[in-house]
Design a protein around this ligand. Structure first.
Ligand code: DSN
Length: 419
């Protein structure tokens, strides 16, 4: 039916529609191994494209600055209630636009400019928002780092304690962006109690594994837990903060009006849907399959001559040191040629990488997306085989393109969005 008052007179944007269609094709015909990505459900995507995108609702449920928020109030409260239940949290703020925004708000809530904070060194798997000098966190706060042991490449909890005693941080941040092992919340809690620091756990990558029972839940131990909703948790793009009731007011004020204006209500609605999906008993099976697949991929890559940082993985991601496979091969070159061969991942520094972060000696791989597609252990061996063959034949573009066809054939058996 035509709307007589229709003011959208420009007609379909064929350029953008074509790009959406091409991107859909790319995602369906190549392997998505970027550890921070996943395939959101059609219900999540419908909500992000819903009329909630039209609404403004500064404030919180039943405490808004604008009218017309009856439905927004219900949907935001639904998201809050569901995520509190999912993680057993006392308080939740579902408004952060992203993980970085969530972290920025926590820092604002708990710290003054210039305060000392501790986080995992970026070179050892920490995130930009854990004190990088090029990020606001590193500009506004005095971040000091703990790292991994030189031997087994696990978090050095002893060193973390020594540094905390020497530096007396006001906040200690646990969590990582490229760390393949379990992160124990208890030692962090103990050290925080010893030095009188707040404890924040950035669970961006592993939120889905926590929800699915494959990683210890930091909520009972931490003062604050931040995470993104789109990685292993498989909801829409966005962030979330969980905290104790004691910190609720500080956190809420730091999100709005401290760091953000109006929430993205369409994304909040989609978060509510994503949390419901994660509450479903079937989600635990998904989380279990992620961990099984990551472990199988690690074994298969090791058989192909790659060195896995820390010797393997406990979670959804692997950090691959390329130097044992080929001393000359950089992460940058590997990423580019693998992309051509239909294997999409990102280059990543390995601990104490001799190469720059732009070049790197490693790549990071994650299996949340391929697991959502239904791939299993057998397919992980194929992915390792594709990876090794592409890299061995990287100077032969025709050979790499031929492998891309094989990759597409495999992906065709596991469509992420069956029609
Ligand atoms: N970009 C995300 C990642 O890939 O880990 C973190 O922000």
């Amino acid at each position: 039916m035509t709307n007589p008052n229709n003011v959208w007179t420009v007609g379909p944007d064929t350029e953008v529609e074509e790009l959406i269609s091409e991107e859909k094709e790319r995602q369906a015909t190549s392997l998505q191994l970027i550890a921070s990505e996943n395939f959101a459900s059609p219900a999540v995507m419908n909500a992000t494209g819903s009329v909630f995108t039209n609404k403004y609702s500064e404030g919180y449920p039943r405490r808004r600055y604008y009218g017309g928020n009856a439905k927004v109030d219900v949907v935001e409260q639904l998201a809050i209630d569901r995520v509190k239940k999912l993680f057993g949290a006392e308080h939740a703020n579902v408004q952060p636009h992203s993980g970085s925004q969530a972290n920025a708000a926590v820092y604002m809530a708990l710290l003054d400019v210039g305060d000392t904070v501790m986080g995992l060194s970026l070179d050892h798997g920490g995130h930009l928002t854990h004190g990088s000098p090029v990020n606001a966190s590193g500009r506004f706060y005095n971040f000091v780092s703990y790292g991994l042991t030189g031997g087994d490449e696990r978090i050095d909890y002893e060193e973390m304690r020594s540094i905390a005693i020497a530096e007396r941080p006001k906040l200690i941040v646990a969590g990582a962006t490229a760390y393949p092992r379990r992160i124990d919340p208890e030692p962090f809690r103990k050290v925080c109690d010893e030095v009188g620091a707040y404890f924040m756990f950035d669970a961006a990558h592993i939120a889905g594994l926590i929800a699915g029972g494959q990683h210890p839940n930091p909520v009972p131990h931490a003062d604050v837990v931040t995470f993104t909703t789109h990685k292993t948790l498989r909801g829409p793009r966005g962030g979330c903060i969980l905290s104790t009731e004691a910190l609720a007011k500080k956190i809420d004020s730091a999100v709005f009006p401290g760091n953000q204006g109006g929430p993205l209500d369409h994304v909040v609605a989609a978060k509510a849907i994503g949390f419901r999906e994660a509450l479903d008993p079937g989600f635990a099976g998904y989380a279990e399959r992620i961990v099984q697949n990551a472990s199988a991929l690690a074994d298969a890559l090791a058989n192909q001559g790659f060195r896995l940082v820390s010797g393997g993985t406990d979670n959804h991601l692997l950090l691959v040191d390329l130097r044992t496979f080929d001393e000359e091969l950089t992460g940058k070159e590997a990423q580019e040629v693998l992309d051509l061969g239909g294997v999409t991942l990102n280059r990543n520094t390995i601990p104490d990488d001799p190469r720059s972060p732009f070049v790197t000696s490693g790549v990071r791989m994650g299996v949340a997306s391929v697991t959502t597609q239904g791939m299993g252990v057998e397919e992980m061996a194929k992915i390792a085989d594709f990876t090794a063959r592409i890299l061995r034949q990287r100077h032969d573009t025709d050979a790499v393109k031929a492998i891309a066809e094989e990759v597409a054939d495999l992906c065709a058996q596991f469509p992420p969005y069956p029609e």
